[in-house]
Design a protein around this ligand. Structure first.
Ligand code: SF4
Length: 452
């Protein structure tokens, strides 16, 4: 059995919010009596999480959300300073609607290495379709947010994530929304779907059309061979529910409610009074791993095999939602499965290419697709077999480039790793495919490994 070590702590700092978005997944939380975690409670929660220690998979994450965390900025600031005083280097994220964001808050967060995720669903019409101020009054949330973003120093949006919630109503404008946000200066656009919306047959048809349009943009950018254009179309991500749909034990995630209780998921932490039964610990007792596993087993038992497709909707979240609100999950699960199937049919392959692209971009040798070799074959190289076993990544890339940059319009490349192939073989294969496309070459690729 794997060692239990949560990798992401989501803290619902407060249940107060100055907005009342129609699809708010924290709506049950917001409806309760106002509650905010104290500074002492925040420190306790962080020390419980920190006690598990860093793991092998990169920095662990602490995410502040709500409600609107910037309503409690002094508290947030104290918590961030405390986290930064610890030995372990955590990624810190703050989810905000940005209507209370100003230069000094943004400067503090940037100085402290905090990632901001700004809820922004698109242009004014799209954003204001679902986002309204608490108490009404008719003022535009989009205008307020834009005023604040414009008051920030130039280029400050480059490190800020636009977090887009998509509904069936705003889905048709999604391709334009992504472009609009990129034009505004966001380098990262993250898409999430309204988690509990029902998808009617008409809604599913509209979803299919939108995904077709997205796929056409991907394909056109790839065919253009322009690395800047490719990077742009790939600079968004669709919230990936693969982990949760895998075998339903996303044990890495823990959420803390404003009353100081731990839950296995944000769905349960935001459920209001009904969530209490699913609590897996508190600030006194810590996190009870066996309770956490038991909650997921309970949800998994409700999910029929046909609903276990991975995609944009997590069947687990839907089951947990039904469990806590006493609903029959069948209809919600059928919806999620139908939408997930569409995602996988229409853009599943392209999202996989996007994922590999991102991995590649991090790789020193293979990530730089604009790289041109100092020396290339002067005569056409139509076939090349590379004994890749033991080759360093730079040498492997040079070998692929030797053939790809030769004057031959088509190349047969065989990458043979032999026994004990390193992880670079797959990366070299993807690099060669993308590079061939960028160079306009026809590539036939074979990658062989005894250990695969
Ligand atoms: S800003 Fe966030 S917490 Fe506030 S109402 Fe909207 S979705 Fe809910």
């Amino acid at each position: 059995m794997s060692v239990f070590r949560p990798t992401r702590l989501e803290i619902f700092l407060t249940n107060r919010c100055n907005l009342r978005c129609t699809y708010c997944s924290s709506r049950h939380l917001l409806a309760g009596a106002a509650g905010t975690l104290s500074a002492a409670a925040l420190k306790k929660a962080v020390s419980i999480f920190a006690a598990y220690g860093p793991g092998p998979g990169g920095p662990r994450t602490i995410c502040f959300t709500g409600g609107e965390p910037l309503l409690e900025f002094p508290l947030l600031k104290e918590a961030v300073l405390h986290i930064r005083s610890l030995r372990e280097r955590f990624d810190i994220t703050v989810n905000t609607n940005a209507t209370l964001l100003d230069r000094s808050k943004a400067a503090f967060l940037a100085r402290s290495g905090v990632y901001l995720a700004v809820s922004l669903d698109g242009g004014k019409e799209v954003h204001d379709a679902h986002r309204v101020f608490a108490g009404g009054g008719g003022a535009s949330v989009y205008d307020a947010l834009l005023r604040n973003l414009r008051a920030l120093p130039p280029d400050s949006l480059a490190g800020v994530r636009a977090s887009v919630t998509v509904t069936s109503r705003t889905m048709p404008s999604l391709p334009d929304t992504i472009e609009t946000l990129q034009d505004m200066g966001f380098r990262f656009v993250e898409l999430g779907l309204d988690a509990y919306e029902r998808w009617t047959p008409a809604g599913l048809r509209a979803l299919g059309r939108t995904l077709d349009a997205l796929r056409a943009r991907y394909a056109a950018a790839l065919a253009s061979g322009d690395p800047a254009r490719i990077a742009r179309v790939f600079s968004f991500s669709l919230e990936n529910k693969r982990q949760k749909a895998g075998f339903y034990t996303p044990l890495g995630d823990v959420s803390l409610s404003p009353e100081g209780r731990f839950y296995p998921s944000d769905t349960l932490a935001t459920a209001g009074a009904g969530g209490g039964d699913f609590s897996v610990g508190d600030l006194e007792t810590g996190i009870d791993e066996s309770k956490l596993r038991a909650v997921y087993r309970r949800a998994a038992a409700l999910i029929p095999p046909g609903a276990r497709a991975e995609g944009a909707f997590s069947p687990v979240d839907r089951c947990l939602y039904c469990l806590v609100h006493g609903l029959d999950p069948r209809a919600l699960l059928a919806d999620a499965a139908a939408a997930n199937r569409l995602f996988s049919e229409k853009i599943g392959g392209l999202l996989e290419v996007q994922r590999v692209w991102r991995e590649l971009a991090k790789d020193r040798e293979f990530g730089d697709l604009a790289h041109a070799p100092r020396q290339a074959a002067s005569k056409p190289v139509r076939r090349l077999a590379v004994a890749a076993g033991g080759l360093a990544p730079a040498a492997l890339r040079a070998a692929a480039d030797f053939a790809l940059y030769s004057p031959s319009p088509s190349v047969r490349l065989r990458l043979a790793a032999g026994r004990g192939a390193g992880p670079d073989l797959g990366t070299a294969a993807v690099y060669s495919s993308l590079k061939a496309r960028l160079l306009g070459k026809k590539l036939r690729l074979a990658a062989e490994s005894d250990s695969l």
